[in-house]
Design a protein around this ligand. Structure first.
Ligand code: SF4
Ligand code: SF4
Length: 510
């Protein structure tokens, strides 16, 4: 498929605020979802005559359903604090990629149809009729937002542009303007069980191949079990872990951890995907349909614990939404959730992140590691947005920053953080999250990665960092593709459990 040529931004010593270039990214248009994909999702595939009415009705429905959306649309005072906080603005110079401007694309329409001042004096309050041009801007610029929430950290009112983006995409879907990439994936996961459309037999083959690789490498027969009834842990991980590089290295690391700790575990062919693109589309029914496969698998296999692998948005959905969506964790009270609550072992967090599990096992001495086995590496850590700003880990505030770093430092001897203001709560998105990880948005992805690439480059120059660890499948896929365009070697991108995998000590059977 032909991809438009574009300039790769120049990496400077510091992250600079660019001069405005009006319309710099207005040519970007993510491929629209074809008819059969929209049909499957229950959306129209083209604008009907009543598109405007449908859009306004949907907006009204969302405003009624999500109070936060109304508050965010009402509360902005245009103070400007968020304007230079979005990686897409920093990388593209397009003013419509400023968070406040992205919000205003919807706010102007909201004011026109849902506020008295906007109905009576539209010009005075910047209210505008919804037109096809505005709808086109929504499509372009709501697919140039990775829903990373960095802007909300700097907004004095906590306005979350990601929620406005999600609402925008939900309305676009309802008028027949769905995005091919996200909606195709949502179709595959609901039909087959994972985002890649990998059927059960192919999954079995893949896992057996990885078992052989581990045994060839270590001399130890480590199993990667699938659909084992009665296993203690149901392990849910992104499907990229099954075959993509460097993701598989982490999958082998998880398997070694379970093996070394003697924990019985299984993956599920029915729920072979941790990712949940329902979040990206802002459609809670779709998000629930995807998450329900995990509850079904937990009930079917009778597992006592649910552990989640390295995936940023999957962890956000698991940590922040599974309880009310599916009854994993507390919240839902339907009979299946009640049954699941009785089945799960509440001595453990439900769900639990794999980093927390591994970190606890190392700290308690239940598994042994030798950090010198990673002495060829000088490591830094990229906080993935959904973990950093939309979830937690462990029991302490900030655990989502502390636990992965503790874990890394227990398996490597050489570690350096990137600069403050680019990590932790202020972390820069990889540039490919939130439904942007598609080649038809490659220009957006490459330019949006500029702030992270700049921060990385500084620790490479200062500390000779040669490995950036992360716990997100999307970040891994994005960085391996775009960092080489900034001159980095793609092998410097990898998972935290890739490091664990190298350092862990496995006992050979007598
Ligand atoms: S990509 Fe992130 S920083 Fe930019 S507008 Fe969206 S949520 Fe805000
Ligand atoms: S920081 Fe908040 S209030 Fe200020 S312009 Fe941005 S969204 Fe509006």
């Amino acid at each position: 498929m032909a991809v438009a040529k574009f300039d790769i931004p120049e990496m400077k010593d510091d992250i600079e605020i660019p001069k405005l270039r009006e319309g710099a990214m207005s040519h970007i248009k993510s491929f629209p979802a074809p008819e059969k994909v929209q049909d499957f999702m229950g959306y129209p595939h083209e604008l009907g005559e009543d598109w405007k009415e449908r859009a306004i009705d949907k907006m009204g429905e969302l405003l009624g359903k999500y109070r936060s959306l109304k508050v965010f649309l009402d509360a902005c005072v245009h103070c400007g604090a968020c304007t230079d906080k979005c990686h897409y603005y920093l990388g593209t110079s397009d003013p419509k990629n400023m968070p406040v401007a992205r919000q205003d694309l919807m706010r102007q329409v909201y004011r026109r149809y849902f506020t008295t001042a906007g109905k009576l004096f539209p010009k005075l309050v910047g209210a505008k009729d919804l037109t096809q041009d505005i709808l086109g801007d929504w499509y372009n610029y709501y697919h140039q937002c990775s829903e990373c929430r960095r802007c909300s950290v700097y907004c004095p009112y906590g306005i979350d542009t990601a929620e406005i983006t999600m609402a925008g995409r939900e309305i676009l879907n309802h008028v027949g303007m769905g995005q091919k990439y996200s909606n195709e994936i949502l179709g595959k996961v609901q039909k087959i069980g994972n985002n890649l459309g990998l059927p059960g037999p192919a999954l079995i083959d893949t896992l057996e191949g990885l078992e052989e690789d581990i045994e060839a490498d270590t001399g130890v027969a480590v199993k990667i079990p699938l659909d084992v009834k009665g296993a203690e842990v149901l392990f849910i991980t992104p499907s990229a872990d099954y075959f993509a590089e460097p993701h598989v290295e982490s999958l082998m690391g998880y398997a070694k951890v379970f093996h070394a700790a003697g924990i019985s575990w299984t993956m599920s062919s029915h729920a072979s995907e941790a990712g949940n693109f329902g979040l990206f589309n802002g459609n809670y029914e779709t998000m629930r349909a995807v998450a329900m496969r995990i509850r079904d698998a937990a009930l079917e296999l009778g597992c006592k614990r649910i552990v989640v692998g390295e995936c940023g948005h999957a962890w956000r959905v698991a940590y922040s939404f599974w309880n009310t969506l599916t009854g994993i964790g507390y919240g839902a009270d339907d009979p299946f959730s009640v049954e699941l609550q009785k089945q799960l072992d509440h001595n453990y967090p439900q769900p639990q992140h794999i980093c927390e599990l591994t970190n606890d096992l190392i700290k308690s001495g239940k598994i042994k590691v030798d950090p010198s086995l990673n002495d060829d590496l000088v490591v830094t850590y990229h906080d993935s947005c959904n973990v950093a700003r939309a979830s937690r880990m462990g029991t302490e505030p900030g655990g989502q920053f502390i636990i992965p770093r503790e874990l890394i430092k227990s398996v490597v001897n050489n570690y350096h953080d990137m600069a403050d203001g680019t990590i932790g709560e202020a972390t820069f998105c990889c540039g490919g999250g939130g439904g942007v990880l598609t080649d038809d948005l490659l220009e957006v992805r490459v330019k949006g990665a500029l702030p992270r690439a700049t921060a990385l480059n500084n620790v490479v120059k200062e500390h000779k960092v040669n490995f950036m660890a992360m716990i997100c499948a999307i970040c891994k896929a994005q960085f391996t593709k775009v960092l080489p365009m900034y001159g980095f070697d793609m092998s410097m991108v990898g998972g935290v459990h890739q490091l664990v995998s190298k350092a862990i000590k496995l006992e050979k059977a007598e």
